[in-house]
Design a protein around this ligand. Structure first.
Ligand SMILES: [Ca+2]
Ligand SMILES: [Ca+2]
Ligand SMILES: [Ca+2]
Length: 256
């Protein structure tokens, strides 16, 4: 609710002509970033992930894979490329109070059931603290295990990497599976994950801190975004101060 009052303040600023110009420049910048990410298909740590608003996501079948030709089509697409040739296709969108995330590990064709793992994290206030606060959440699941987990920052300097396991929120889904011929990126069976996160858990905002990590069990390598974040140990979550951002360019994600 705090975030919606910030939106109002921004609207009030529009009355001032200087702010109008600034707002136009900001809009232009956002559009440029969006277009460049569409053209290049790459994202860089300094650029936020631009999440789109959609209207067909309530039809998604949560089976951990791209179920049919158009299933995840109405989402933003970011391709993450790593030095060893690994590619991860990150698809994001929001609709009706949920953030939807699809992770397609097109190059992980070694199926490690119960061992391959995916984690996504949101900094609810996007305050980028060194110690995770109670507004910081992480969500994870392992391939084909049909068990998902939720972690919340405790704000306490101490043990356990500052995230505590909590009950899964209502409406939350995280599931990993082996892809099939309907997959958008690789028809050879590989690893993919589907997530649905209730926005109210994070607190309504058009801009969150965001971190993603997948563990490829066969090689023992963790691939993360932002890609600069060094992570050597599985299940260790880096500080929110190191995370990137996920932003709704039209600010629709912050509206109830
Ligand atoms: Ca599916
Ligand atoms: Ca694997
Ligand atoms: Ca935070």
């Amino acid at each position: 609710m705090k975030q919606s009052s910030i939106n109002k303040d921004n609207e009030i600023l529009v009355g001032n002509s200087f702010s109008k110009i600034r707002l136009l420049l900001e809009k232009y910048l956002i559009i440029s970033l969006f277009v460049s990410s569409l053209v290049i298909g790459n994202i860089y740590a300094s650029e936020p992930i631009l999440i789109t608003i959609s209207s067909d996501l309530d039809k998604i079948i949560f089976d951990g894979k791209w179920t049919h030709t158009t299933e995840w089509k109405p989402t933003s697409e970011n391709t993450l490329r790593y030095d060893d040739g690994t590619q991860i296709h990150l698809r994001t969108a929001h609709q009706d109070g949920f953030v939807y995330v699809f992770l397609d590990l097109a190059t992980d064709m070694v199926i490690d059931k119960g061992a391959d793992n995916a984690l996504i994290c949101f900094d609810g206030k996007n305050d980028k603290t060194d110690i995770p606060g109670i507004d910081d959440y992480c969500f994870s699941t392992s391939l084909s295990r049909k068990i998902s987990f939720t972690y919340q920052g405790d704000g306490i300097i101490g043990l356990n990497g500052h995230f505590q396991k909590i009950s899964n929120p209502v409406g939350y889904v995280a599931i990993g599976n082996v892809s099939d011929k309907h997959d958008r990126y690789n028809i050879i069976p590989h690893v993919s994950y589907e997530f649905r996160i209730p926005i109210d858990v994070l607190g309504r905002s058009h801009n969150y801190g965001f971190y993603m990590a997948v563990f490829e069990a066969n090689s023992g390598i963790i691939y993360s975004w932002p890609t600069e974040v060094q992570q050597n140990r599985i299940f260790t979550i880096p500080s929110p101060s190191e995370w990137g951002e996920i932003t709704s360019p039209d600010k629709s994600m912050g509206k109830p």
